[in-house]
Write a protein that binds this ligand. Structure first.
Ligand code: ATP
Length: 404
């Protein structure tokens, strides 16, 4: 199916002449063979980057030099971008980054890749090139290093993370024994990597198909505590993984696995260099976890509305999935369908009908007091059903002023 994509065909046709060869490589070929969706298509080419840029212009494509030092040009064909990279040979490495030279040899380019299932390439004529027995491994659903696993890991320690990430996404059964053993022995090398690179692979692992099983393996071999800088809770992780199976969200899965108390959010931010937004999500999650675990009343539709207003519908859904009614809350059917309506966007909270200006107009001095009173008014409004009619708003204002 890949070669039937019109833009991709045009690219390959323009880039396979004058003695040059360009093929589809890596994840796109792997996923196409597995019948899985292909989101990005990468190509490898014998052309040097400047030649690529010239040829792209001549063919009416738009070349964008996104990583020209490593030989990568993003070629936009009719609005669709493709990453095209000059064939490479690794010459040396410090365990983090390889120094690469450009080459013209597809076999050597395949052998510098990490796993056999990632080293396949596909030519314009439909010929599949498999120099490392990747097709057999795809069929057997196993992730194997190309060449000696220890050596390949020492070239780039991130491959330990990638080994488990690809295993979680593409393999079945236990991880390949040689890769697993080498990962265990070389694991101290992970410490020299940047936290960002580790985070990237870890978050991808968390949303992989068999994330839970793979995390258990990581835990068994002592990796997990280090990766998340703390303890893991598989019970909650499996509930969330089952809940969001079709649309997994990495940050909620991380929360389910690693969040017990609010301080965990700070620890994870530091350890994984999380963004402020991700950190905020974890803090909200922790707070809501406490609220729901100690919730004594039935969780009805009006309670759901309040919780959505205070914590956001995404957080609420994630935490409810994680605790799954244990030990509380007693959630009823009405409440569940209310939650579903908020989640799908079918229902949303109306805008709170009072403004700070309304209070100032009535003699409350500008300053923190205004926010405080508005907050109280909002709580009342939420528990009284979020009415928005003018007479209600007026009445609410009177009541709140009388109390202030
Ligand atoms: P996905 O889209 O699921 O991430 P992918 O195969 O496209 O899968 P990338 O991380 O984008 O994964 O890598 C693209 C290709 O580059 C891989 O298929 C692999 O051949 C090669 N590659 C990437 N990182 C490394 C690495 N650290 N060591 C060796 N080869 C690598």
């Amino acid at each position: 199916g890949l070669l039937e994509r019109p833009q991709l065909r045009r690219l390959l046709e323009a880039f396979n002449n004058h003695g040059e060869e360009t093929r589809i490589v890596g994840g796109a070929v792997r996923n196409a063979l597995l019948g899985r969706p292909v989101t990005e298509v990468d190509c490898a080419t014998t052309m040097l980057p400047d030649v690529m840029v010239r040829r792209a212009h001549d063919a009416g494509f738009k070349p964008v030099p996104t990583g020209i030092d490593h030989g990568t040009v993003t070629v936009v064909v009719d609005g669709e971008p493709f990453e095209v990279t000059t064939l490479r040979v690794d010459v040396e490495t410090d365990g983090r980054y390889a120094v690469v030279h450009f080459g013209r040899d597809f076999v050597r380019d395949a052998r510098r890749r990490d796993f056999t299932i990632n080293a396949l390439s596909l030519g314009l004529d439909g010929k599949l090139y498999d120099y490392t027995d990747g097709v057999a491994d795809l069929k057997e659903r196993r992730v194997r290093f190309i060449g000696d696993a220890h050596k390949r890991i020492r070239e780039d320690f991130l491959r330990i993370m990638r080994f488990f990430r690809f295993h979680a996404e593409y393999a079945e059964g236990e991880p390949d024994a040689e890769g697993l053993e080498a990962s265990g022995i070389e694991r101290q090398g992970l410490a020299i990597l940047s936290k960002e690179r580790i985070r990237h692979e870890l978050l991808k692992l968390l949303v992989a198909r068999r994330a839970e099983e793979t995390l258990r393996v990581l835990s068994h071999y002592g990796f997990l505590t280090w990766l998340i800088a703390g303890a893991a809770e598989f019970g909650r992780f499996s509930r969330v993984a089952a809940f969001d199976k079709d649309n997994p969200v990495a940050i909620w899965r991380l929360a389910a696995l690693a969040m017990m108390v609010e301080q965990d959010a700070d620890r994870l931010r530091e350890h994984l260099r999380l963004s402020n937004d991700e950190h905020k999500k974890l803090v909200t999650y922790a707070r809501l976890l406490v609220v729901l675990k100690t919730w004594a009343l039935p969780l009805d539709a009006s309670a759901i509305r309040r919780l959505v207003a205070d914590h956001g519908v995404e957080t609420l859904s994630a935490v409810l999935a994680a605790i799954d009614g244990e030990p509380s809350p007693h959630i009823n059917g009405d409440a569940l369908s209310a939650l579903e309506r908020y989640r799908s966007g079918e229902e949303s909270l109306p805008a709170f009908p009072l403004r700070g200006a309304d209070l100032v107009e009535r003699g409350i001095p500008k300053g923190p007091k205004v926010g405080e009173i508005l907050g109280l008014a909002r709580q009342a409004w939420l528990s009284e059903g979020c009415r928005t009619d003018e007479s209600y708003a007026k009445d609410l204002l009177e009541r709140i002023l009388a109390r202030a």
